[in-house]
Design a protein around this ligand. Structure first.
Ligand SMILES: [Zn+2]
Length: 274
């Protein structure tokens, strides 16, 4: 597989992009300890089967993902740190293939590793259910990123910010870029224990209408066509929240863009982004 990876320049490029974004997440203070996870659908980059030197058994998934059967994903490892991923992506993330009609997955590794220490992120059910949704609707997103963006976590702790409408008024109102690049606004999932099938289901519902979803008191999930685009969406939304807090910290209520200004942005830019 080592040889295969080196031969596959496009896959190598994607892995380096994941490492670069992992570094950004760490530098921004959004990735304490082993926080956050990234998955990329790399199926279009794999020709034939990868060489399998891992000889791991298949691992059962909590629910089936039939649309993903035989598809390959690059996913961060459970318990792995973003700062380590940035330096050594292949030691801290892994390639999996969904198998057995979508009921299990197989790990591919450059080296034979200690299986209990080298498994995909515990948020794998959420990631796979999102990738399955993308496959079902036939859209082109390939990347899912989850991170603990401080400003967005803080925003959802505000007792005044408990609905999607209020969240989006803040996100759009604080920064013109948010309306330009996040015209669908962000989704909002009230607190549910992470790693559960329930949070995956609620998150999926929100992805019907949005590409960036806030998890109350926890973090953010986003999808995009490239690793960098997906990171940029989170960065823009986070910047809006940061500006909102900066105004509050300075002792004044932010004025926010007016409805007229937002309408003008929508009219000018949403057609360009289609
Ligand atoms: Zn998390």
């Amino acid at each position: 597989m080592k040889k295969r990876l080196k031969q596959n320049k496009k896959l190598e490029e994607i892995i380096l992009q994941v490492a670069e974004v992992a570094q950004y997440l760490w530098q921004k203070g959004w990735a304490e300890r082993n926080a956050g996870n990234i998955s990329v659908n790399i199926d279009h980059l794999i020709e034939g089967d990868l060489d399998d030197i891992s000889q791991y058994p298949d691992f059962e998934l909590p629910e089936p993902y039939p649309e993903l059967n035989n598809k390959y994903f690059f996913v961060t490892g459970t318990g792995k740190r973003m700062r380590d991923l940035a330096r050594s992506p292949l030691k801290n993330a892994l390639i999996i293939k969904v198998t057995n009609g979508g009921c299990s997955y197989h790990i591919f590794s450059r080296h034979k590793r200690n299986v209990p220490d080298f498994r995909p992120t515990s948020e794998l059910p959420t990631h796979l259910s999102i990738h399955q949704k993308i496959a079902l609707r036939g859209s082109s997103e390939k990347v899912v990123i989850h991170t603990h963006a401080n400003e967005l976590v803080a925003l959802t702790h505000s007792p005044d910010v408990k609905s999607k409408e209020i969240v989006n008024n803040i996100i759009w109102g604080m920064h013109p870029e948010a309306m330009v690049f996040i015209p669908k606004g962000v989704g909002f999932v009230p607190y549910i224990i992470p790693g559960s099938v329930d949070i995956a289901k609620e998150t999926l519902k929100e992805f019907n209408d949005h590409d960036v979803i806030l998890w109350e008191k926890h973090g953010v999930f986003a999808i995009g066509e490239s690793v960098f685009d997906t990171f940029d969406s989170i960065d823009i939304v986070s910047k809006s929240a940061k500006i909102w807090f900066m105004c509050k910290q300075a002792g004044f209520e932010p004025e926010g863009l007016t409805d007229k200004q937002l309408d003008e942005l929508k009219e000018t830019y949403t057609s360009l982004n289609k």
